[in-house]
Ligand binder design. Sequence first.
Ligand code: SME
Length: 163
Amino acid sequence: MAESLIIDKSLSKAEQYDQVIAQIEALVATESNQMANLANVAAVLKEAFGFFWVGFYLVDSPDELVLGPFQGPLACTRIRKGKGVCGASWADKKSILVPDVDAFPGHIACSSLSKSEVVIPGFSGDEVRIILDVDSDNLNDFDGTDQEKLEKLMQVLASQGVW
Ligand code: SME
């Protein structure tokens, strides 16, 4: 990928994800620095889909995540394993779709504007290494397509050796 992103807004959401994921795969294939790649992935997702908050939390110790590259408002820097949606995704080793954050037990309100979110773990073998967190300031803003395609993105990033 060159330094410009191509998104055909006439395509379905699933097709737009496929188009964006292909460009991200090409982008990270030419760079080995993790922070550079994660920063550009967050930027591409923000530019492509206009997410309110999109970014990464990295496993920093056996029981804590630390904030990584992101796009959006100021965020919590550390999240304990099992806490909030990100910590639950890490502990349970699965992605989580939250239509209404106020209905999620233990949700961490980094921003009171955040209303719904989707969180995807990134694996190295069986171990969670990183979490992708996408937040919206609208209720019920994500569906199974977002969850499925963002899971695919995280598999592509893992296979490209981003973590
Ligand atoms: N809402 C997340 C915290 C991270 S931020 O919203 C950026 C959670 O409950 O895990």
